[in-house]
Design a protein around this ligand. Sequence first.
Ligand SMILES: Nc1ncnc2c1ncn2[C@@H]1O[C@H](COP(=O)(O)OP(=O)(O)OP(=O)(O)O)[C@@H](O)[C@H]1O
Length: 316
Amino acid sequence: VEPISLGLALAGGVLTGYISYPRLYCLFAECCSPKRSLSREALQKDLDSKLFGQHLAKKVILNALSGFISNPKPKKPLTLSLHGWTGTGKNFVSKIIAENIYEGGLNSDYVHLFVATLHFPHISNITLYKARDQLQSWIRGNVSACARSIFIFDEMDKMHAGLIDAIKPYLDYYDNLDGVSYQKAIFIFLSNAGAERITDVALDFWRSGKQREEIKLKDMEHALSVSAFNNKNSGFWHSSLIDRNLIDYFVPFLPLEYKHLKMCIRVEMQSRGYEVDEDIVSRVAEEMTFFPKEERVFSDKGCKTVFTKLDYYYDD
Ligand SMILES: Nc1ncnc2c1ncn2[C@@H]1O[C@H](COP(=O)(O)OP(=O)(O)OP(=O)(O)O)[C@@H](O)[C@H]1O
């Protein structure tokens, strides 16, 4: 089923149920409550125990989310832009955020994932108008059903400029648009834009013998401001969202090192019900490729493919 029509159908169903029998309904199904809260401690615990090597992302996400959710009257929706190398945890952290707000996490009726290259792979001038319209009514329908809706836009750097333009009004400081208020919604944008610059900073720290944890947000400011968006793919994104200050937080994801891969492998072993075997952990981690070529500091694919490599050792 096409996600946009599915979203709208669900939105309608939820709305009816919610209005007709609010209390009873919420006993049996997940509910969208305007007072939807978030436990800062639980989120912190989750981030600390599950997300490896991302001290900057942890800090920004924790503060941004807990501040936003505890604000009864936000002036605009929360917009987080997550940047970094492949396999460093951007999708993973979006899942953690969703789970901390809605029990169903990514499967919740109030959490919506949009992947431009999947949902609208080929857009011509003729189909753009229709796609824009669909995207806008999808957002409107879902926020009408639940003010605290979460939208995750993956592969933002590959998204058609016309579609980015279409979501802009919803990210802005409007009390309402056509009777719907978007101020409690959460938009999370994921991309690899800026990954090279983030990596350069991390590599500089490594080369000068400093701890990765010493990297401060301000060290990343430049990486995430000008150069990150100075490539032709994300140029429009830059001018339309960033110049207009529609993004509240830029969240850098650092490239992962050998020791982080080992942490990912251990977690996967445990989740498959195996005892952690340090010999296998090291062998799987060593099979990964690292860059730069001479120093071999960062994993090419982050933690992304370690799991399939693990299959080889448990294929009985
Ligand atoms: N920093 C991390 N800490 C713990 N696990 C991680 C981390 N990064 C990645 N992983 C693991 O690797 C998997 C793949 O990572 P994820 O999909 O989040 O990468 P991504 O940054 O979104 O990559 P891409 O840019 O290619 O979409 C996750 O589901 C998670 O299991």
